[in-house]
Design a binder for this molecule. Structure first.
Ligand code: NAG
Length: 390
């Protein structure tokens, strides 16, 4: 049964009970001029509906009925009188000409909002033509993130589907208390820079029950992230779950208290990864737990790479200043697509310390896999295969 039907019915009921004349509680974007035909820019209508909801003295819901809504770039700003709920039963479609939003940073942005819940919705970034441009060479815009949450707090995102973003799918930057649940991200495995969910400069973020198939990191964790919980994720194709790249800047806030658990990686480039630039930096990673991982034919199931220096630019001959410590890998099993299933390539200036491995079982083509350590210190407990290189 289509679970959306009872939901739609419920919403219609709510709509009758709280129609705009009755309590100004539900703001249906159609009433503000949005057109569900997929080819009229409905961003101005969405923004008018948002602005009314935002200044409402009541609990406010912005409602997007089923249908396709073309939207140009839109920024929804906060300082609202009350928390806002957005129920999206339709699909929001980005302009097919990538020049329209390609240099905007993000397509849909919520900025400075306290109290926002977004339920449902499909965001179609229409990234295909931009990726084709990038594959041919230079002169293409960077591309826009589908959904950016900036400097906001008390946010719930539940049941969102993000498709073919030009760049990152969802970015959480400068936020506090964000709960992301049941999100799906879908883009081709060869689409460039299409990270699924990226978190940086944020605290108390939870990402649960996400299914991510994309061309770059399924989830990436940037500088200044603390108290992050990631749980029950399916990743692949994609580049895995990555802390980093960190340490590009000299002055950089660290990453602390990150838990990533119950993840299945399928054919991804990496599993659990920490990655830093080979450059001076005062950044750090402290207190990470990677737990209950299943690897299915993953190139680098467990990897710390502190020598990231793409194209050999900005960092030749330098070493990473990022200090990595207290990282635990617990109950990780499955198959590696390369012989070296566990690789710790740490900085010789700031060696990795207190790395703990407990119950790790990874094989390579039904044979023994290998592990490799450079400048890494730690301890291993329980069943460890490939055997520990500490
Ligand atoms: C670490 O993060 C978790 C959320 O994942 C939080 O519940 C816990 O309180 C944090 N611990 C510290 C010491 O801040």
């Amino acid at each position: 049964m289509d679970m959306r039907k009872p939901m739609n019915f419920l919403l219609s009921l709510l709509f009758l009970l709280f129609s705009p004349s009755a309590g100004n509680a539900i703001y249906n974007v159609i009433n503000f001029g949005a057109t569900p035909n997929g080819n009229t820019d409905s961003a101005p209508a969405f923004l008018r509906a948002w602005s009314q909801a935002c200044s409402s003295g009541n609990w406010a819901t912005l409602y997007v009925p089923p249908g396709q809504y073309l939207l140009g770039q839109a920024q929804f700003s906060g300082n609202c009188k009350n928390p806002i709920t957005i129920q999206i039963d339709g699909t929001l479609v980005a302009p097919s000409n990538y020049h329209v939003i390609g240099n905007a940073g993000a397509w849909l942005t919520f900025i400075g909002v306290t109290g926002l819940s977004i339920y449902g919705g499909t965001l179609d970034g229409q990234g295909t033509t931009l990726w084709a441009c990038k594959a041919l060479g230079s002169g293409c815009p960077d591309g826009a993130t589908n959904l950016a949450l900036i400097n906001s707090k008390n946010i719930i995102i539940n049941g969102l589907a993000s498709l073919n973003s030009q760049m990152f799918h969802v970015v959480i930057d400068g936020c506090e208390n964000v709960n992301v649940k049941g999100v799906t991200v879908t883009a081709p495995g060869n689409s460039p820079n299409t990270d699924g969910i990226h978190v940086q400069m944020s605290m108390d973020v939870m990402i649960k029950s996400a299914n991510i198939k994309t061309g770059d990191d399924c989830i990436s964790i940037g500088a200044g992230t603390s108290n992050l919980l990631i749980e029950n994720i399916a990743c692949g194709p994609g580049h895995g779950i990555s802390i980093g790249s960190l340490g590009r800047e000299m002055e950089e806030p660290g990453v602390q208290n990150v838990t990533v658990k119950t993840v299945t990686f399928t054919g991804s480039q990496n599993g659990f990864r920490i990655k830093t630039w080979g450059r001076p930096s005062n950044g750090f990673v402290n207190g990470v737990l990677f737990q209950d991982g299943i690897m299915e034919n993953v190139d680098n199931p467990i990897i710390i790479d502190q020598n990231y220096c793409p194209l050999g630019k900005y960092c030749p001959g330098q070493v990473s200043g990022v200090k990595i410590s207290q990282v635990t890998y617990n109950n990780i099993r499955g198959t590696s697509a390369t012989e070296v299933a566990v690789k710790f390539e740490c900085s010789n200036m700031k060696p990795c310390s207190a790395i703990i491995m407990e119950d790790v079982s990874l094989t390579y083509q039904n044979q023994q896999a290998a592990s490799s350590c450079t400048n890494a210190d730690g301890s291993a407990y329980g069943f460890i295969e490939p055997s520990s290189c500490f």
